[in-house]
Design a protein around this ligand. Structure first.
Ligand SMILES: C[S@@+](CC[C@H](N)C(=O)[O-])C[C@H]1O[C@@H](n2cnc3c(N)ncnc32)[C@H](O)[C@@H]1O
Ligand SMILES: Nc1c(NC[C@H](O)[C@H](O)[C@H](O)CO)[nH]c(=O)[nH]c1=O
Ligand SMILES: N[C@@H](Cc1ccc(O)cc1)C(=O)O
Ligand code: SF4
Length: 448
């Protein structure tokens, strides 16, 4: 079989990682296990992701075989429905000093100081502004708000946390009083309360944000998530996962919590009754062994919690990022790596029902291909998008219900609007125009 390109980014090869994408398994054996529905081992995932770890590059025929098995599994597990949600993104602030090398969403927080006239090009919203944005979207029929933000130094969990941070003599807490800034983001609890408009589902507080919300205290993640639930939080996004192997995190996000911290935060969110999602951000310096270990850690977390509603592969967008600027990567993942990641996620994660194809990351055409390679959820309307756009992504910020219906029907599948937890679903089989019906103020009128 002809190997037509390298299966992994070359920069990963230059780094001296302990984990390498080799295994004592055989591709055909791993594929047979996948076909039978036998639980896959990490070595099997490495074989499938590399299309055989003893040969260089991705073999196209073998790749197609993996996608086909994953597509069949998808049909067995969830059938022909393709789901999506009527949501908006309302990110509170871009101020962040964590310095992740794959991220261009962030702006250095000193640029947001009252005393600084720099034009940072980012934003911070007050709780009142967040409420207005969400209330307007809810009026239009939206029923989920997703909110992920930079770790603004003025953000505290609540007034008690603020008092502790104000009183602390420690200089290492990444805290600064809101009075020093042009705009006061309030506390996390105030933001969640503000966004809880008319029963809208609030999907917010990644493990990294939860860590920021307990800095300088001895509070557990459970305590933090409990207070957030009291404020109106409904579920938590499992971003900040990146690659759940510390030797990779040490390179791309040394300022972030480690793998165990991420897993601990997610398990705590589950214990207080929250649904969560899980993600992988792949296609930078890591190799296929790291991707396989990541899947194993997510599957183990789901065995323990059962709280993960969907798995969301986030393809690395390289253009405007430090990793690319510093020459640490030559680009993002190839389309073949993208397809294999979706397919192997479906096959490996036998305990997670839904695999999301992100049109933000893949675009419409490739997103549809992913729905024939193991994915069954097509994300949400989101209305605005800042993370990928700032990184150089070009697939836009919004999809309408009409666009969704047309895209999903074009591949012969059934468009279904879903609630965040997938428990409410509505098949869309009427004539256009289409709009949301599951929201507190949704009556089928198109969003825009
Ligand atoms: C921008 S952060 C915002 C929330 C919070 N600061 C955190 O890190 O959890 C949310 C996620 O966006 C994803 N992301 C950031 N930059 C990206 C890029 N260039 N390509 C793909 N995904 C990216 C990462 O997975 C990251 O965890
Ligand atoms: N994949 C991306 C998502 N996915 C999240 C969904 O929109 C939704 O919030 C979730 O499925 C819970 O219902 N969101 C983004 O902003 N960007 C993505 O790339
Ligand atoms: N907003 C994140 C993605 C995301 C948000 C919530 C999720 O549950 C999953 C993924 C991004 O664009 O990268
Ligand atoms: S990924 Fe999150 S924590 Fe890291 S720099 Fe970006 S906004 Fe900050």
């Amino acid at each position: 079989m002809v190997a037509f390109e390298s299966g992994t980014n070359t920069a990963g090869g230059a780094l001296d990682f302990e984990h390498r994408p080799t295994s004592d398994q055989h591709f055909e054996n791993a594929l047979a296990k996948a076909r039978d529905g036998t639980r896959l081992a990490v070595a099997d995932a490495i074989e499938l992701l590399t299309t055989g770890s003893d040969t260089a590059g991705i073999d196209r025929e073998r790749k197609e075989a993996v996608l086909e098995v994953a597509d069949r599994r998808r049909a067995e597990v969830v059938g022909q429905e393709v789901t999506f949600v009527a949501n908006l993104n309302n990110n509170v602030t871009t101020a962040c000093n964590t310095g992740c090398l794959f991220c261009n969403f962030k702006d250095r927080s000193d640029q947001f100081l009252e005393a600084n006239d720099d034009d940072h090009g980012g934003f911070t919203k007050t709780p009142e502004q967040s409420r207005e944005i969400v209330a307007d979207a809810v009026d239009r029929g939206i029923y989920e708000v997703t909110s992920v933000s930079g770790l603004h130094p003025a953000l505290a969990l609540d007034s008690e946390h603020r008092e502790l941070l104000e009183a602390s003599e420690r200089g290492d807490l990444n805290y600064r009083s809101p009075a020093a800034y042009e705009v006061d983001p309030g506390t996390y609890v105030e933001q969640i309360e503000a966004m809880s408009v008319d029963g809208v589902h609030v999907h917010s507080m990644t493990p990294e944000e939860a860590a920021h919300a307990r800095r300088g205290t001895d509070w557990s993640y459970e305590e933090v998530y409990r207070r957030l639930v009291d404020a109106g939080l409904d579920s938590a996004p499992g971003t900040a996962a990146e690659i759940l192997v510390d030797e990779v995190r040490d390179v791309i996000c040394p300022g972030k919590i480690d793998t165990d911290g991420w897993l601990e935060a997610m398990a705590a969110a589950a214990r207080v009754g929250l649904d969560v999602t899980a993600t992988i951000m792949y296609g930078h310096v890591e190799n296929e062994a790291h991707r396989a270990i990541h899947l194993d850690r997510v599957r183990d977390l789901q065995d323990r919690t059962g709280a993960i509603t969907e798995f969301v592969p986030l393809s690395f967008v390289h253009q405007n990022t430090p990793l690319y600027d510093y020459g640490m990567v030559e680009g993002g993942p190839s389309v073949h790596e993208d397809e294999l990641l979706i397919a192997v996620s479906r096959l490996f994660l036998d305990n997670i029902e839904h695999i999301q194809a992100s049109w933000v990351k893949y675009g419409d055409e490739q997103g549809l291909k992913m729905l024939n390679a193991g994915a069954d959820d097509f994300m949400g309307t989101i209305l605005s998008e800042e993370i990928t756009k700032r990184a150089g992504g070009e697939f836009g910020e919004y999809r309408s219900f009409d666009q969704y219906v047309e895209l999903i029907e074009s591949i012969g599948r059934i468009p279904v609007e879903r609630s965040t937890d997938y428990r409410q679903r509505r098949r869309i089989d009427s004539e256009p125009p289409h709009g949301p019906t599951l929201g507190p103020k949704a009556d089928g009128t198109p969003l825009l």
